[in-house]
Each structure stands twice: as C-alpha cells, then as structure tokens.
Design a protein around this ligand. Sequence first.
Ligand code: C5P
Length: 404
Amino acid sequence: MRVVVGISGGIAAYKAALAIRELVLAGHDVHVVPTAAALRFIGRPTLEALSRNPVSDEVFDDVAAVRHVALGQSADLIVVLPATANTIAKIAAGLADDLLGTTILASRAPLVIAPAMHTEMWEQAATQANIRTLAERGITIVGPVAGQLTGDDSGVGRMAEPTDVVAAALSAVSDASAPRPLASTTVVVSAGGTREPIDPVRFLGNRSSGAMGVALAAAARDAGAAVTLVGANLHVPAPAGVELVEVETTAQLRDAMLARAGADVIVMAAAVADYRVDGVADEKRTKEAWGEAPTLTLALNPDILHELAQQPRASVVVGFGAETEPDDAALLQRGRDKLARKGADLLVVNRVGHDAGFGAVDTRVQVLDADGVVADASGSKTSVARAIIDTVALRLAAQQKEQP
Ligand code: C5P
C-alpha cells in the first residue's frame, strides 16, 4: 500500500521516524511529506533513509511530474503525525500553501491525524471547532493523550504513541468502506457521575469514571453522528471531534440534557445522583458547628431519563441500569422493570461491584427493548460501546422506516 506520512512542525516530529520505520517494515511504500517547520525538528536524511524514498517539502520540485497532486492522488492512506494546531487549522480550511496541503487536498484516501500540542492550544475553541469539522468529514483523529508535555507541564496534548497511530491508520483503510449508520444524525451522550454539594468544598458523589459514556460518544462519532458529550466530572479525556459540555451537579446535567432533548438519539450513561443535599450550606461546615453525629437531609432528584422519554422526545432514548444483583435472571428482570418505568426505548444492563463496571476496563452488557434482549456484548469498553451504538443505529433505522 502507498502511504504518505505527513509531518508538521512540533517537537513530536522526531517520533514520526518510528512510525515510518514500522510502516516500511510492514511492507508499505512510504512517502514522507514534512512541512518546512517539521524539517527544523527532524532531518531530511533520516526521513529518506527510513522511508527509502526521496523527501521533499517543495511544491516546485519535480514540477514535470505534477508532484504536488501526484502524491495525493496515488496514496492509499495519508497519516499526519504530529498534527500541530496550525496544520489542523489548515486542513480544516482546505489550505494548500505547501506540499503537504496540496497532497491532502488532492487525495481521496483515508486521512488519519495524530494531534500534538500544549493543553491550552488543544482546548482552544478554534482548535476544537477545527477538530469537530475534521471528525464530521470522516477524518480519523488519534489522541492526543494525557501525559508529560515538552516542558515541565503535563496534560492532554501529548501525541499518541507512534505504534498506536500506525495501528489506527491501518484500520482506517479497512474501515473506510465500513458503513456509517449514524451519518446525518445528532447524538447526545451523558457520562460520568454527578456531584451534589454539601457545602462549598464537599460533595456527595459516586465512582463513575465516565469511560463507558466517553467510549459511546467516540463510537457514535465513528458511526458518522454529530455528537455532544455532556460530561459530569469525567476522569478520562473526552474524545476528539465531539462537542463537550461540562457539568457538575444533577441540576446542571438535567438542564444540559433537556436543552438537547430534540436530538435523534439520547444516551443516558451518566451515573446520576438520586438525591441531593437539602439545604446546601453557604459556608464550609465546621466540626464545631456540625457536632459529633451530624445528619444530612436529602431530597429526591428528578429522574432525567424519565423526563427525556416524554413527548416531544428523541427518536431513540437509551438508559443504563447498573446493578449489583448477582443473579442473572433477577438482573434482567430488574432491567425490564426499569425500561418500563423509565419509558426508554433501550436499556443497557450491566453488573457493577467493587471490582467490575465502574472504572474497570472490561465489561459485559445486555441491551433490552420492550420485547426482550436485543444485544449481548462483552470485552473492552470500546468494543462494547460499538455494539451498543450498532444496536441504537438499527433501532433508529427501524423507527425511521415506521415514521418516514
Ligand atoms: O433508576 P436508576 O438510577 O438505576 O436508573 C439508571 C438510569 O437512569 C441511567 O440511565 C441514569 O443515567 C438515569 N437516571 C436519570 N436521572 C436520575 C437517576 C438516574 O436520568 N435521577
């Protein structure tokens, strides 16, 4: 396969060498297109030796061969690592003022980018809007991940490991022909766990990391949907290409969800606090004032899922039922009851405990509708999320057939 490796000018450019080597050793014909800035971080001889092909960043080299479009036209895959904020902005805008730009514009091959930049640049509204644009166009975005950055700082913005970028790039080629069953739909996913304040510094909370909801948002994005993730106190970074709305309390989560109740699909994966503290203190409660055995009075929170299931509503409303029930049949029965009580279309049932579910990597779920179990999936949260989104897409398609 002919692979174009684009390199833009960030310090992570030196890691591109590892990806080039891995692709060449796997038998691919690799052509490297660095930006002028990238060549200040990594030398042309290194790139030529590793790729075994000449390397140029010049649009006016080899003009007779129409090189500025030939590379893009002949590529089976383009992977840009690292992708700086500037290069991401240029791709989003369709700029072609250098060889990497013309190559990308002249290509119909799958494009995979691995963003790398400081956290502030990554979180900038302009960068996030560009990333969303790229994701909506079907471009695969790998990372960034959280970790040590170039200086003393650390945070989200570190480039994904080169081997992970290569793996994602190769699977993008096989996925390119895969169906995108949620194309032109809007999906809103809630994730994480809500916190209920006791006073300005304390809260009641739960152990939800948000990993399942984040995986669902990424799976819906990969299925072609425009995704909003309403994240309550997430312990994991939100996926690229997804609009993130951050909330803390159940009341904030409710406002954010009800404002988006008209989406095509709503997935309530958040662990919502059933109760809030009645009478939140304005000032930090002291031991002296609170005494030896204080009592907290709680008030019942509204059931957001139940509210979202009322008309007018999304075409598909999905709830979660995390239970500690050990017996399989009893677990399913609780799921059925919950589905009916909440009025959702689908309910994802999973067992949680001290060592399963919350924060765990592997998980097993069953998806119920009013007629019974419609899907059963186990494995990583990523693969389970894909199975759930596939089930949602089938349900949406069936519904749209009924009500054209
Ligand atoms: O009743 P239970 O809390 O087990 O229901 C879980 C489902 O209901 C989840 O989808 C959760 O997001 C949602 N939920 C809600 N509002 C609440 C409590 C739970 O939307 N107050």
